[in-house]
Design a protein around this ligand. Structure first.
Ligand code: HEC
Length: 244
């Protein structure tokens, strides 16, 4: 593999063995991209219970579904009249933000003491709300992907996919008929959108509004790689035929 600027051999002029190598790679990568699309649809795509990828799916996957704690459900339901509005709001916000021990110690514990333990410590069938540990199960919310998992998936994704785009771009370098700036833009686009994609997972973990960038990133690099892969295939096999 050479990396000189004079390396402008056209795809159509490459030897049969090299074209075979590139073609095998392109076909496998193309099928791989389709498979990963299918996998995303079937896992993340079903996160909101409906088929097809949507903003909600991405929010549920990375940010979680934070309005599903028992505390929140009950404080808006059968426990509605047990505490003043402001107290209920503070408890719900505390649960949504991860039910930290610090905030429990400084504020939330006192609310439970004042409004809840009269029943929730004496009635045996009810969870006791005297202690932080007693409340925790009721405060549990789905906070989405963990930092551990995000870091793991991010680095695998970045390393692995950068490799794919490198070779896709390397093959496409030999395509003809593109303005250099356009060809360069197509080659760089997948890398840029890959960063947008991975960055958006992290941002969505804290700010659900960023979920839309996950879709933009994925669509962006799919389109750019599809153009490069199909163009390369076409120029390798169809152009030589037409020249004859
Ligand atoms: C007058 C008694 C009483 C008070 C005060 C009370 N609760 Fe309850 N709570 C109950 C009873 C009875 C149930 C079971 C019936 C139900 O789920 O509605 C219950 C159930 C719950 C549950 C569901 C428990 C489970 O695991 O099924 C939660 C959560 C809860 N209460 C939260 C609270 C909070 C928070 C407060 C204070 C703001 C509070 N309750 C104050 C009587 C009380």
């Amino acid at each position: 593999m050479t990396f000189t600027n004079s390396d402008r051999t056209r795809l159509a002029d490459l030897s049969l063995p090299i074209r075979s190598l590139f073609t095998g790679y392109i076909l496998v990568i193309g099928i791989g991209l389709l498979m990963s699309g299918a996998q995303i649809l079937l896992t993340h795509g079903m996160a909101d219970g409906k088929f097809g990828i949507s903003i909600d799916d991405i929010v549920y996957s990375y940010y979680g579904n934070r309005s599903n704690s028992k505390l929140e459900t009950k404080l808006n339901g059968s426990m509605r009249d047990k505490a003043p509005m402001e107290v209920k709001r503070e408890i719900i916000r505390w649960a949504q933000q991860g039910a930290s021990k610090e905030v429990w110690d400084t504020k939330i514990g006192a609310h439970f003491q004042q409004y809840c333990v009269a029943c929730h410590s004496v009635i045996p069938a009810l969870p006791s709300f005297k202690t932080y540990e007693g409340v925790l199960p009721s405060a549990a919310v789905d906070t989405g992907e963990t930092i551990d998992a995000l870091a793991r998936v991010s680095h695998i994704h970045l390393f692995g996919i950068a490799f794919i785009f490198f070779f896709v771009g390397y093959i496409f370098i030999h395509a003809i008929g593109f303005q250099p700036w356009l060809q360069a833009a197509l080659i760089v686009t997948p890398f840029a959108f890959l960063l947008v994609d991975v960055l958006s997972w992290w941002l969505t973990k804290w700010y659900p509004g960023f979920a839309v960038f996950t879709i933009i990133g994925g669509v962006g690099y799919s389109i750019a790689s599809t153009i490069m892969l199909t163009t390369s295939l076409y120029q390798m096999w169809m152009l030589p035929l037409r020249a004859k």
